[in-house]
Design a binder for this molecule. Structure first.
Ligand code: ADP
Length: 431
């Protein structure tokens, strides 16, 4: 008999792992599913994170997928729902954070307390803080952090009350840092006050983990919570769960080790360099060469695997397309943004599958979109969440169609997460 207490809906894959990681560290046993499962939950866990790829979908599709996830989670007995989005509040002027939040509130209507929820992307461990309703990334406001140039979800305003209000029918308010600093009773009183003013959703300030831990108890009877991954650290205690190493226990790691990287983020480029500087074998993939191979009828994945095979027995290998912004722009100018992305993702996914066929059982994938492609190629539908490597990035364990009956350790790293030595550090977590 399962005992699911928290049902989570994440709007992208690596964000789902990030949330699952925080829940595990706070004492929950967690499974992450890829999309909404067709079957009932089989595992004995405290929380499930349903990973969607709904962040930049048309709003009606994001809403429909989120409602599907909600209904599945409620059918598994989830006592509280957590809608997880990015710690930089990635959304367009229309959404999807606001519309999905309101659709979930509408669907939960009738549950006591479902007329009110909170929204906060604060994740102090990863330098995301909210002060007076304004989101800071490190020391700068969101709209000065680089996010103003994001190709899909440019964030031009750090005032989250204003950003969310533009996406919502319900009135949006603020629970500020002075209230949060006073703890549960003050937060609950502020919620009652906002309710009486007709507010349905409140942005919550949090500048430290202590703020998030003070917020947790005030959310105990809220049927829906919406947040980045940070709020998760304060919720498991509401269900009588405390941090314990058993929550993150995975089967022992075995097999060969490899890294596949399609992320071109600054942190990943540093990680690629550090891996090579440490003397490990690495193979760079050039998208233009991949295209030329394809046109010549050559299988670039097979070539990369032939390169990797003799190296694998000596330790981790890296196969990467990661490149600096100028190189990426040059490739995109020749192939087109979408076509270049799809070509690289397809090739890296085939390589990931081939690596597992060669005996790799510890696989690190860098990049959100790249992770989605690899997980799909590996035929993975569920991930058991294990120990953290760096904030936001845990090891996971999964059954893969590429290694039937054997199990595979996998980590999905979002572009900008992880220390420079991440690609070697990850394999030392087991040591
Ligand atoms: P991140 O998490 O860093 O954003 P993603 O995997 O989500 O990484 O996105 C990187 C995108 O860039 C993917 O679509 C990938 O296929 C594409 N890409 C990777 N390498 C290159 C390259 N050298 N040139 C052009 N596009 C690339």
């Amino acid at each position: 008999m399962t005992r699911l207490v928290l049902g989570c809906i994440a709007d992208d894959f690596t964000g789902a792992s990030d949330l699952a990681n925080n829940l595990v560290r706070a004492g929950m046993r967690v499974v992450q599913t890829i999309g909404v499962p067709l079957e009932p939950l089989a595992a004995e866990v405290d929380a499930v994170v349903v990973a969607l790829k709904s962040r930049t979908l048309p709003t009606y599709e994001a809403v429909a997928q989120s409602l599907d996830a909600l209904h599945w989670l409620l059918a598994q007995g989830a006592q509280q729902i957590y809608f997880k989005y990015c710690s930089t509040f990635d959304s367009t002027a229309q959404g999807n954070i606001g519309p999905v939040t309101e659709a979930l509130m509408d669907a939960l209507e009738g549950a006591p307390g479902a007329d009110f929820t909170i929204a906060t992307p604060a994740f102090p461990d990863n330098q995301r803080t909210v002060f007076k309703g304004h989101l800071f990334v490190g020391d700068v406001l969101l709209n000065e952090s680089g996010m103003q140039n994001h190709p899909l979800t440019p964030m031009m305003d750090a005032n989250l009350v204003r950003v969310l209000q533009a996406q919502c029918q319900r009135k949006v308010g603020l629970i500020d840092y002075k209230v949060v600093a006073q703890g549960e009773a003050a937060i609950s009183a502020r919620i009652a006050e906002l309710r009486s003013q007709g507010v349905g959703i409140a942005i919550v300030d949090a500048v430290s983990n202590d703020d998030l831990l003070r917020l947790g108890p005030a959310l105990k009877s809220m049927p829906l919570v919406t947040a980045g991954s940070g709020v998760a650290i304060g919720l498991p205690a509401n269900f009588g769960l405390a941090p314990s190493s058993t929550a993150s226990t995975l089967p022992p790691a075995k097999g060969l080790q490899a890294v596949v990287s399609g992320s071109c983020s600054l942190a990943t480029n540093r990680q690629v360099r550090a891996f090579m500087d440490a003397g490990h074998p690495a193979l760079a993939l050039d998208p233009l060469a991949l295209m030329a191979d394809q046109l010549a009828g050559i299988d670039p994945a097979a070539q990369a695997l032939a390169w990797a095979a003799p190296h694998l027995k000596n330790g981790p290998v890296l196969i990467y397309s990661s490149a600096d912004p100028e190189a990426v722009k040059a490739v995109q100018a020749q192939l087109g943004v979408q076509a270049a992305g799809a070509l690289v993702e397809h090739t890296l996914a085939a390589i990931a599958r081939g690596l597992v066929a060669l005996g790799v059982r510890q696989l690190l994938v860098a990049g959100g979109e790249t992770s989605g492609a690899c997980v799909q190629a590996l035929g993975i539908s569920q991930l058991q969440i294990g120990p953290q490597i760096d904030p936001g990035v845990p090891w996971c364990h999964a059954q893969s169609a590429a290694a039937p009956g054997e199990g595979l350790h996998l980590t999905l790293k979002s572009g900008n997460f992880g220390v420079d030595e991440f690609f070697t550090k990850a394999f030392k977590v087991w040591a």
